[in-house]
Design a protein around this ligand. Structure first.
Ligand SMILES: C[S@@+](CC[C@H](N)C(=O)[O-])C[C@H]1O[C@@H](n2cnc3c(N)ncnc32)[C@H](O)[C@@H]1O
Length: 450
């Protein structure tokens, strides 16, 4: 069964899946289709295409993530910084804030902050301490995957709490991509349960389905396959096989390097399986090492960095943009010492990573026609693609996976992890220039050009 989870989707399957997504999302004028081959005949997989014209600056795509997580290091840093930032704003005086700040300190209000209420954070109802930007966000995460991954006192019956703690601290100390991989596993298991109940209901059983007595039975397999569609249609390879060998690893040590990655994933999966024993029993294929490796590989090849600006920064920018005059002077007198004390921590954004189904279909170009860019109003975790140039109906939508400012060599090195050689117009032209330069140098030195 686990082989079926590793098979790439057929053209019909991905077209049907993405047709539904692109016709119900916030954007229109998009289609996912086969992107054909490059000038050397190499397959480019699927791609995103415009079905209408876009002007420069238009929003081409706005899409919520299927799964996403804040980086562990940023979570810890941002937690401290946001506490300091909030203390600074509440206390209005740099002397009065410190990690030991007490609520009894009399807060003096900062001017004029009425237009900048701090976003209300909502705590996970399971009591694990996870914070969300709204109750709808908390509820959505709970029903999608967090009801299985919450390690607070109010977790459900499906978890082994100590193994869950161990899984989380292993991910924190090794690679926080395992947190997102766990979201994929948990959400797929929950979706498969729903599919299974729906099938049973259609059969007239009234939902009387005792799945825990039927590990890996054909109905569970069929439900799992259906639930897996959203990840089967994603471009993926097994993590320890697809990652490019880093420059500092001797090619002779490649098998050891890949073996270490595999062992790391295996340990993470063992902990996750122990943490969710009933799911692992019900859907053994979902908990197989190659499937887990392909989930992590999916992230390597498709993930989008997620940055949500600090609302505290907006406040400081607002003060700095006030027109000159007594109001601005009074505000600056309060905020400048706070800014000095916060130093570079004043604008720490929330940073993480997310997987977006449609955005993940966008192929790379070193001269792309869109870029991922959040406008002032985009203050949540959705991906936003804006048109950089005019895009005509029928044209392929592209973004740059790497820093476009770099030269050909650096761009190629950065793209190595994605496993393809870019043959966009710019790369072809840069490559011709490079070859002409090499030939000139060889001619000068008397050698025949290669
Ligand atoms: C984020 S996915 C893009 C969608 C992908 N083509 C698919 O079939 O789902 C990234 C992968 O697409 C392929 N790809 C992206 N841009 C490409 C390009 N310019 N030329 C060839 N392959 C490309 C590479 O295999 C890369 O690892």
């Amino acid at each position: 069964m686990y082989d079926s989870l590793l098979v790439d989707s057929s053209k019909e399957e991905f077209e049907e899946y993405f047709h539904q997504l692109t016709s119900t999302g916030e954007c229109f004028g998009l289609r996912v289709a086969d992107a054909g081959v490059d000038d050397r005949g190499c397959e480019r997989g699927k791609g995103l295409f415009a079905t209408r014209d876009f002007n420069p600056g238009d929003v081409v795509l706005i899409e919520p993530p299927l799964v996403a997580a804040q980086h562990t290091s940023n979570k810890q840093h941002a937690a401290v910084c946001s506490m300091w930032q909030t203390q600074a704003l509440e206390a209005g005086s740099p002397e009065s804030f410190s990690p030991g700040f007490s609520a009894s300190t009399t807060p003096a209000s900062v001017p004029p902050s009425e237009g900048f209420p701090m976003p209300e954070t909502v705590k996970c109802s399971g009591g694990c301490g996870e914070l969300y930007c709204s109750s709808s966000c908390a509820q959505a995460a709970w029903s999608a995957h967090h009801c299985l991954l919450c390690d607070g006192p109010r977790q459900g019956e499906d978890q082994n709490l100590s193994a869950l703690h161990e899984f989380k601290s292993h991910a924190d100390s090794t690679n926080d991509i395992f947190h997102v991989a766990a979201q994929v596993v948990a959400s797929t298991a929950l979706l498969a349960d729903k599919e299974r109940v729906a099938v049973e209901d259609e059969g007239g059983s009234g939902g009387q389905w005792w799945w825990w007595e039927l590990p890996g039975d054909p109905k569970s397999d069929a439900a799992l396959l259906k639930a897996w569609t959203r990840y089967r249609v994603g471009w993926k390879r097994i993590w320890w096989e697809c990652v490019a060998l880093p420059d500092d690893v001797d090619p002779e040590d490649e098998p050891v390097f890949r073996g270490q990655m595999q062992s790391l994933a295996q340990r993470s999966l063992e902990l996750l399986s122990a943490a969710l024993p009933q799911c692992a029993e019900r859907y053994p294929a979902l908990f197989s090492l190659d499937v887990y490796g392909s989930i992590i590989g999916l992230f390597e090849l498709n993930n989008l960095a997620l940055v949500v600006a600090s609302p505290v920064e907006d406040y400081f920018i607002h003060i700095s943009d006030l027109p000159s005059g007594p109001d601005k002077d009074a505000a600056d007198a309060v905020t400048q010492p706070l800014l000095d004390a916060l130093d570079t921590d004043y604008d720490i954004p929330c940073e993480g990573t997310g997987y977006y189904a449609i955005q993940a279909c966008v192929n790379h170009s070193c001269g792309p026609n869109t870029h991922a860019f959040k406008r002032d109003q985009d203050v949540d975790g959705r991906a936003v693609l804006l048109a950089k140039t005019a895009i005509a109906a029928g044209e392929e939508i592209t973004i740059s996976y790497v820093n476009e400012e770099e030269g050909l060599k650096a761009r190629r090195a950065a793209l190595a992890d994605y496993g393809f050689l870019c043959r966009c117009e710019r790369c072809i032209s840069d490559d011709l220039k490079r070859k002409a330069k090499q030939a000139k140098l060889k001619k000068k030195s008397g050698k025949k050009p290669a």
